[in-house]
Design a protein around this ligand. Structure first.
Ligand code: TEU
Length: 591
């Protein structure tokens, strides 16, 4: 393994700083709280911390709307504390990857304030400004320059009376899209990235990086290039909450994996990473991307990014109306989807492996079974299946404890702009309020954003103040204090999986072959490397005594002397073909 691909045997832990640990009692997590909890992360065994944004921000989207890329928001602390966190992680042999949002800034960013000040401002072309659609009165419905919808409900354009033009925002109006066609924008971003790397940061998680390049058409009248309308009546595979597909066009074909995206990322690699020593990581978040593009993004010969977060498996339960139009999903759907990506990037490229993050509901509720009887076992089974795939695993804070969804029942419990906007738009569109609340409760991002439960006290040990969002209702029975010393806990199971990746090269470098591909209950696969063979077998169902019919799949394999490396049922020493309990998972070394 060259030092350049060190991340193949690494595990990344995502910290959502607002909800991780509060050190100053204001009810919001901060850098001081993270520094106080580094022993916990080191004990878990993770190698990298991915830190969601802590930059200066009005917090319209909890920091994914950045108003100063080189200042820490006082809510989270100071630049000095960030330097302290970097040093403390490096002392422990760990790394810090910063979340970076450069598809858009906050509307409060100085760049946007200058850009909006006048049509002649030198920064006017740093963002997407366009006049009202011909034949429509500015500011009236339909006058938007294109029929694109925002991922956070409503149109993707907002009219600015000061200069009589609209500006583009694929997300909230508070998040205007930067114009990456403008080389000055790109160079300003690269310079900022270089200053962060010079400061000791070890890389970036690039927010919605596949959206930077938009499809353009020449303007026959010689004006600025046109952004075309999307096909109406097609669901945005973005998985976003676009409700009115009769009004808004499908933007994904026009903004996802755009015509210059690979050119931009190769330029970013040249300008920021190429000349630096090995040891850095650049991971792209690529919603709605394809295996073909992911191979282009992550093929090391192309020098774009090291790996990507694809969204196929987290869009499986999205219906025609987007993520809150919940569609049925089976374990087979999940298995086939993940297998497509394992096979797709087997020869070239690299997968980020994840089932949860700050944008997704809790994986044990979504893909497992969060009933008391099955929650722990299913959390362990999902972790086993994910972590031993080929790729780099990402642990989202709290998933290592088996935290389930919150069980929201009221809109006033929610804080997320995506959910609040969807609720308002859905009700305005006539959807049934209880049905909308039910969808938000199942899929809303706040499920993953309630405070990390450190102990069983009323605030879960997260804060001495009033938490910005309610504490998980199960904090007394699900918290770190109960698990870190319990060898049978979900936490300890994650520890063992992470240690196995560190100790066994086959986990990081082995080939992947799914077996029993069409078995509706058993998820099983083989990893092979230099003569070493691992077999993973899991029962991803509530069914009892499920037998994995492996004999035809692994000819010549002798199961009697298979070595159990990690099991999920304390004290049992099963063989690969012994009946599996509900949600039981097993990892074997095959002779
Ligand atoms: O999310 C990108 C994205 O695709 C979102 O629409 C996400 O899929 C959605 O919230 C799930 O339904 C990134 C960040 O991770 C997210 O927190 C930000 O809100 C978004 O970009 C805008 O920066």
């Amino acid at each position: 393994m060259t030092a350049r691909d060190w991340w193949k045997s690494a595990v990344v832990y995502q910290v959502y700083p607002r909800s991780f640990a509060d050190s100053d009692g204001d009810g919001v997590g901060d850098l001081g709280g993270i520094i106080q909890r580094l022993d916990y992360l080191e004990r878990l065994g993770v190698d990298v911390v991915w830190l969601s944004p802590v930059y200066k921000s009005p917090m319209a989207d909890n920091g994914y709307d950045i108003s100063d890329y080189e200042e820490v928001d006082p809510l989270f602390g100071s630049l000095e504390q960030l330097d302290e966190l970097i040093a403390a992680l490096h002392e422990r042999g760990m790394k810090l990857v910063m979340d970076l949002v450069v598809n858009h800034t906050s509307a409060a960013h100085a760049w946007f304030q200058e850009s909006r000040s006048s049509k002649d401002d030198p920064k006017r072309d740093w963002y997407w400004w366009r006049p009202p659609r011909e034949g429509f009165e500015a500011g009236t419905p339909g006058a938007e320059p294109t029929n694109w919808g925002s991922a956070f409900s409503g149109p993707a354009w907002t009219f600015d009376p000061a200069t009589g033009e609209y500006y583009l925002h694929l997300f909230a109006p508070e998040q205007p899209d930067l114009n990456w066609e403008n080389p000055a924008v790109r160079q300003a971003v690269y310079a900022m990235m270089n200053r962060w790397l010079d400061r000791g940061v070890d890389g970036f998680r690039m927010d919605v990086v596949c959206l930077l390049s938009k499809v353009l058409e020449p303007d026959p009248d010689g004006g600025p290039p046109r952004l075309p309308d999307g096909h109406v009546g097609v669901r945005d595979p973005h998985g976003a909450g676009v409700i009115d597909t009769t009004r808004y066009g499908d933007t994904a074909p026009l903004v996802v994996n755009g015509p210059r995206i690979h050119e931009f990322l190769q330029e970013m690699h040249r300008e920021v990473f190429a000349g630096r020593p090995p040891g850095l990581l650049n991971v792209g978040e690529t919603p709605a991307t394809t295996v073909e593009h992911a191979r282009l993004y992550t093929d090391p010969a192309r020098a774009e990014v090291d790996m990507v977060f694809q969204f196929e498996h987290v869009d499986l339960d999205s219906g025609p109306g987007g993520k809150f139009d919940i569609a049925p999903m089976t374990m087979l759907d999940l298995k086939h989807s993940l297998n497509r990506w394992q096979e797709g990037l087997a020869e070239a490229g690299w997968n980020s492996l994840y089932l949860g993050n700050h944008d997704q509901p809790r994986c044990v509720s979504r893909f497992g079974n969060d009933a008391a009887e099955h929650r722990e076992q299913s959390a362990k089974a999902l972790a086993t299946v994910l972590h031993l795939h080929r790729g780099t695993p990402y642990v989202y804070q709290g998933d290592e404890l088996g935290l389930p969804n919150v069980g929201f029942t009221r809109i006033d419990q929610l804080r997320d702009i995506e959910s609040l906007n969807y609720h308002a738009s859905a009700l305005a569109a006539g959807r049934d309020a209880p049905e909308v609340i039910q969808a938000l409760s199942a899929k809303g991002r706040d499920n993953a954003r309630v405070p990390m439960p450190w102990d069983g006290s009323p605030s879960g040990g997260f804060t001495n103040g009033m938490p910005w969002i309610e504490v998980h209702p199960l904090v007394e029975e699900i918290n770190a204090a109960l698990q870190v010393d319990d060898p049978d806990s979900v936490f300890s199971h994650y520890q063992r999986l992470i240690a196995l990746r560190h100790d066994e090269p086959v986990v990081a470098h082995g080939t992947f072959r799914m077996v029993l591909l069409d078995d509706p209950q058993v998820y099983a696969y083989v990893r092979e490397y230099e003569g070493d063979r691992l077999l993973v077998v899991a029962n991803l169902s509530d069914a009892r005594d499920v037998v994995a019919e492996l004999s035809d799949e692994l000819p010549g394999a002798s199961y009697d002397d298979a070595e159990l490396l990690i099991g999920s049922v304390p004290g049992s020493k099963p063989t690969p073909t012994d009946p599996l309990a509900p949600w039981e998972s097993r990892v074997f070394r095959l002779a």
